[in-house]
Write a protein that binds this ligand. Structure first.
Ligand code: ADP
Length: 226
């Protein structure tokens, strides 16, 4: 679960990027966070992944209260979150399989766990036939699917997708959002997808939180127009 209580973030230059934001995203929920450039979306993500602290207020993510999180436990929070960026950041010299396995190799996962989980994650994103491909042999949408496989392979409780469709054409973007919805339903993973592409959000509908000038100006359910 993600819970923000009366959260304000003011940077050193005096800009208030989040202004008294309260927000709850329950376990298993799918929420779009939308807003124009400068609305505070990145700041919200940076808070959730514990990259910056709030100036005031409290942030809880997957059972951790971030202001009380000891450095020695920070890796536990990070492992409970699958984070996907606009820029896929795949390792060019590694195959699809190795890119996904690499995430688990960085944890204390056993060889057996890696052998079990990596093919499952790759199948879930629909890339079973591409396990041996290098990133340059894949389309943009397929590369983003690898990024999702990497994000889910450690069974995170929460996926944060930060403008995951930013570099993709409209058709591929819709496929990626469908994939995310599927992961949310099949794995019961909480998903927070941040985007400035309102038309996709309107097409899919569902829980939508709109930020403007650091404030939540809408938090409700939109009917899908697809
Ligand atoms: P978005 O992701 O919605 O485009 P941001 O969270 O990046 O919005 O930015 C919100 C506001 O905070 C903007 O006015 C931006 O200029 C400002 N801002 C973001 N990061 C910093 C920072 N590190 N230092 C100062 N101001 C910042």
């Amino acid at each position: 679960m993600v819970l923000l209580k009366d959260v304000t973030v003011t940077f050193q230059n005096g800009v208030t990027a989040l202004d008294d934001v309260s927000l709850t995203v329950s376990d298993g929920e799918f929420a779009f966070i939308v807003g124009e450039s400068g609305a505070g979306k990145s700041t919200l993500i940076r808070l959730l992944i514990n990259e910056i602290p709030p100036t005031s207020g409290r942030v809880y993510v997957n059972g951790f209260e971030l202001s009380k999180l000891k450095k020695s436990r920070a890796h536990k929070l990070r492992r409970s979150i699958g984070y996907v960026f606009q820029d896929f950041k795949l390792i060019d010299s590694m195959t699809v399989y190795e890119n996904v396995a690499f995430v688990l190799r960085c944890t204390d996962a056993t060889t057996r766990t890696i052998r079990n989980r990596v093919p499952d994650a790759i199948s879930l994103v629909g890339l079973k036939d591409k396990v041996k491909c290098l990133p340059r042999e894949l389309s943009g949408g397929e590369q983003q699917r690898v990024a999702f496989a990497r994000a889910i392979v450690a069974n995170p409780k929460l996926i944060i997708a930060d403008e995951p469709t930013g570099n993709l054409d409209p058709k591929t973007s819709l496929e990626i959002i469908e994939l995310l919805k599927g992961l949310n339903e099949k794995c019961n993973t909480t998903v927070i997808m941040v985007t400035h592409e309102h038309e996709f959000v309107r097409a899919f509908g569902g829980r939508t939180v709109t930020l403007r000038d650091g404030k939540v100006v809408f938090d409700g359910f939109l009917n899908p127009s697809l």
